[in-house]
Ligand binder design. Structure first.
Ligand SMILES: NC(=O)c1ccc[n+]([C@@H]2O[C@H](COP(=O)([O-])OP(=O)(O)OC[C@H]3O[C@@H](n4cnc5c(N)ncnc54)[C@H](OP(=O)(O)O)[C@@H]3O)[C@@H](O)[C@H]2O)c1
Length: 286
């Protein structure tokens, strides 16, 4: 039987957030085709069920499960993780893919700016709450789907939630830079556990992202973007390739390590954001 490590493929468990559309759905489909168990973490039951049906049909793999989580809500993430940890003994890879772009400032039930909460903090909290099965399944992997938008971004510690000044793209870039900084810092903290953490930019992909409230010209330009299947290539590579089995704390584009912005290389910034994120996510620092 084929394997990509010591554990046979059919025994592996992969979890993909935002798996009902776009890059997440294409990633989940590729993983299902390999034959392990794939958990789709989605916020809408109907959309999630439809995606699960499509993936089972297209892959021929019946081991595709749907679990509901709203990554904008701490309570939802905590109860999702409790349920996952009860139902599954292992987790070979967590793909933090779910993301949003909002032109106008929106807030979560916890009072946080939506893009920061979903794109960064949701995956941050989920990764911490799923550490036990990840460590138990080591070697295992965390993949953060970020964006090249991190390159023109800063972390605005004095106005992290954009309450004083908000621009959609600035907040999106900040959340994507936060994911890269989290990748670097978490990889450092997980050294020796056998859990790797990497980030990637999937390229410009024709998905639902940014469709709401964007100018018509975006809809036109979007026609030339790559397909979700192509966009899934780098996340799937980071989950499965033996070539990256021991690489950690890196940022990938087109299945290759790629340079990050200068801010994303600042270890003090990474540590400071990590501490702020622990606080905002309500994680105990024991
Ligand atoms: N498309 C691109 O060109 C591009 C470029 C760079 C990076 N990315 C990144 O790629 C990732 C995937 O995006 P995509 O392009 O595939 O867009 P997409 O088709 O809109 O998919 C986003 C997924 O995230 C889910 N999601 C949003 N808010 C959520 C929440 N509160 N809780 C749980 N799930 C939530 C969505 O669920 P619903 O369907 O229910 O909304 C959807 O399944 C994002 O992190 C994005 O920033 C995309």
């Amino acid at each position: 039987m084929a394997s990509i490590g010591t554990t046979p493929l059919e025994d592996r468990v992969w979890l993909v957030t935002g798996a009902n559309s776009g890059i997440g759905k294409a990633t989940a489909l590729d993983l299902a085709r390999l034959g392990g168990s794939v958990v789709l973490a989605c916020r809408h039951a109907e959309k999630g069920q439809a995606a699960a049906r499509d993936i089972v049909q297209a892959s021929g793999n019946p081991h595709v499960a749907l679990m509901i989580v709203d990554l904008s809500s701490r309570a939802s993430i905590v109860s999702f993780a409790e349920e996952f940890n009860q139902d599954y003994r292992r987790l070979d890879a967590l793909v933090n893919n779910a993301g949003v772009y909002t032109r106008e400032r929106m807030t979560t039930p916890d009072g946080l700016e939506l893009q920061f909460a979903v794109n960064h903090l949701g995956g941050f909290l989920l990764a911490h709450l799923l550490l036990d099965p990840l460590i138990a399944s080591a070697p295992s992997r965390i993949v953060n789907v970020t964006s090249s938008a991190h390159k023109i971004a800063s972390i605005h510690f004095d106005d992290l939630q954009g309450g004083r000044k908000y621009r959609g793209y600035t907040a999106y870039g900040q959340s994507k830079l936060a994911q890269v900084l989290f990748t670097v810092e978490f990889a450092r903290r997980l050294a020796g556990t056998g859990v790797t953490v990497n980030a990637c930019h999937p390229g410009l992909v024709k998905t639902n992202l940014g469709l709401e409230g964007t100018p018509k010209v975006f809809r036109f330009v979007r026609m030339f973007f790559k397909s979700p299947a192509k966009g899934a290539e780098t996340p799937v590579y980071l989950v499965t390739s033996p070539k990256v089995a021991t690489l950690t704390g890196q940022y990938f584009v087109n299945r290759a390590v790629s340079p990050v912005s200068r801010k994303a290389q600042d270890p003090d910034l990474a540590r400071r954001l990590y501490d702020v994120s622990v606080h905002l996510a309500g994680l105990s620092t024991k």
